[in-house]
Write a protein that binds this ligand. Structure first.
Ligand code: SF4
Length: 417
């Protein structure tokens, strides 16, 4: 099979993995030798129309797999064309794409060939050859196989910026039913080992300022959960997410809406979940991590353990807690401002800095290009005090009626607010 054909098959097979963002690693460049950079100008992130990042060469070593996970297009019983790169082919392809500035790095995953160790050895070989033989200093994200030996996982971490192990499904029962060869206990043990090594490497780097300390996945570890392949509700998804962040120090938990696959098992739903569900889960994830919300606060009021798909979870919370509003932008502490719909954490910090010099007015908010329609019913400024916080139709007034934004041609009447 020609290389181009292999690439078509193996890049297409990799698109179902959402956990490819290249954030959070150390800064490196090729000054003093080597090739590539993790921070170069002209190397851009690009996103496919479905929102998935494609700025890395995102590819599988092979889409042939001895496992038979029901939700996966690459499962053993799937009737799809198979392909497999050799280690050398993949190394050459990465270098070629990098030199042409198509990519800023490599995201490499694989179906299980023969055994977890056999597969992991080849994934590690790709990363090792890139780093040691070619001085490649670009970003490498290796998807790791939990059942592979700890020594192989340790070597993977020496070469990769980020490692990830997919937890796959929010609940153990669903994993047993849909991916019987996978073992949640083993997945979690592998995550625990990686956490330990990542923290040891960080600690060593802090302690040994002079001698370079051993490197281990400086961009940390992440995981992915498939949403909508099983009956788990949003509360279960977010509960597992919070537990994963707390227990394994993950950088990110990615959500990937289940895409129906040909000849799918009857255990799987015929329809994908609405894509907006993925979006709402990401918003809730941020509220948990950066905005001081608890899981119960986010989920209270949601029907059947699900988030409201019509509005973002912070706005949903604010509409249920109108007594806590309006909040005065010139006086309120940071934690209260973080709860105002339409104010992000960075904006809050900018407002806190600005109000040391002058009283914040509505014009200042407009200059920051904030969503005033959403914001002003909940916020007091030097020249604005909302009159609508108690209105029964407040949700209709502030919430978009279609999609993620206000319908075109219907400007918000700010005077009303
Ligand atoms: S092990 Fe990975 S590639 Fe193989 S069937 Fe399961 S999810 Fe798919």
């Amino acid at each position: 099979m020609e290389l181009r054909q292999k690439l078509e098959i193996l890049a297409d097979a990799a698109k179902y993995d959402a956990s490819c963002a290249s954030s959070g690693t150390e800064k490196r460049d090729s000054q003093g030798g080597g090739l590539g950079s993790t921070e170069g100008m002209g190397i851009c992130h690009a996103y496919a129309p479905d929102g998935r990042c494609i700025s890395l060469l995102k590819v599988l070593l092979t889409n042939a797999c001895i496992y038979d996970c029901a939700y996966c297009i690459n499962r053993a019983t799937s009737n799809v064309p198979r392909a497999r790169f050799t280690v050398r082919e993949l190394v050459d392809l990465t270098l070629d794409f990098y030199r042409r500035n198509y990519i800023e790095g490599l995201f490499l995953s694989s179906g299980i060939i023969r055994s977890p160790d056999y597969t992991m050895e080849r994934l590690v070989d790709v990363a090792r050859i890139l780093r040691e033989e070619h001085g490649f200093r670009g970003y490498i994200h290796l998807k790791t196989i939990p059942d592979a030996s700890p020594e192989l996982l340790a070597e993977a971490g020496r070469h990769a910026d980020r490692l990830s192990i997919n937890v796959e499904l929010p609940q153990e029962g669903a994993l047993k039913a849909l991916a019987p060869e996978k073992d949640l206990g083993e997945i979690r043990r592998a995550m625990g080992r990686m956490r330990l090594r990542i923290e040891e490497a960080k600690e060593a780097r802090r302690a040994e300022r002079r001698a370079p300390a051993p490197r281990f996945a400086p961009a940390g570890q992440s995981t992915q959960m498939i949403i909508g392949a099983d009956a788990s509700d949003d509360r279960a998804v977010l509960g597992t997410t919070a537990n994963l962040y707390g227990s394994y120090g993950l950088k990110r938990v990615y959500f990937s809406a289940y895409s129906p696959i040909p000849d799918a098992s009857r255990l799987l739903p015929p329809q994908p979940p609405p894509l907006v569900r993925e979006h709402r889960l990401y918003q809730a994830d941020w509220l948990l991590r950066f905005y001081g919300f608890s899981l119960d606060e986010i989920m209270a009021g949601g029907e059947g353990g699900m988030l409201d798909l019509g509005i973002d979870p912070k706005l949903a919370w604010a509409l249920r807690h109108r007594g806590d509003f309006p909040v005065d932008v010139n006086r309120a502490p940071r934690e209260r401002l973080l709860r105002v719909p339409g104010l992000g954490a960075k904006t809050v910090d900018r407002l806190l800095a600005a109000r040391r010099h002058h009283a914040i007015r509505s014009d200042d908010l407009a200059r920051l290009r904030l969503p005033l329609a959403k914001l002003l019913p909940f916020l007091v400024t030097a020249d604005h005090r909302p009159r609508v916080t108690d209105r029964l139709d407040l949700r209709a007034l502030v919430a978009p009626r279609t999609g993620f934004g206000r319908p075109r041609g219907q400007p918000m009447q700010l005077a009303l607010l």
